[in-house]
Write a protein that binds this ligand. Sequence first.
Ligand code: BTN
Length: 244
Amino acid sequence: MPDREATSERFADVRWLPETGSTNQYVLDAARSGAPDGLVVVADHQRAGRGRLGRTWSAPPGASLLVSVLLRPDLAPEDRHLVVMAAAVAMAEAVAATTGVIAALKWPNDLLVGHRKLAGILAEAAGDAVVVGIGVNLDWPEIPAELEGIATACNLEGGRPTLREELLAEFLAGYEVRLADLDEARTAYRAALGTIGARVRVERPDAAFVGIATDIDDKGRLLVDVDGVVETIAAGDVVHLRDA
Ligand code: BTN
């Protein structure tokens, strides 16, 4: 992790809401109304939290860090995935620093402990704006039965509670630094990406197949070797398979 100041200049406008539909929706609306780069919205509770691929994202009130950040990056559309990679890296670093929990990344942007999900990222665009929304399971009383073996939380892995404010401050400071050097962020993302070298099942609307993930390309797409043929995955679900 490069040297950095303890606070963030870029992310100075932090709005903390007791409740909203979705922090991503709030920030998308603000972006469409002309809000500048750097707006941060956090909610104690989301009534309609959104996940990737049209899924819902729910958490007990106050138990997760639910945050969305507005960026207006000076990047070509095909390079904007880099700010999302930088977010994944910065959040994994912030989680390690504040909770002691070491998470691996799963393509495209999940944080995992073993095979269990600790955090997820949903990036959405509005014109030149990118909204990066992150949900981190921080202090859950328990994992609900339907998520057993699928999800985990920092307190359950690290054995101690962490304040959302503490994780947020660490993340925003680190994210600002990561955004300032996206080449370095990409290198750090690739190094932390547990998907590379893993046997994976790829689930797309048109097909599902199993192969070995070998790398990411310069557009952030996952390369998967399926019996000697390289498939390029731009979107979809990837499952890390346990060794046979
Ligand atoms: C995923 O893994 O499917 C992505 C989950 C992203 C959830 C976060 S919580 C804060 C922000 N607001 C939303 O509605 N979604 C993201």
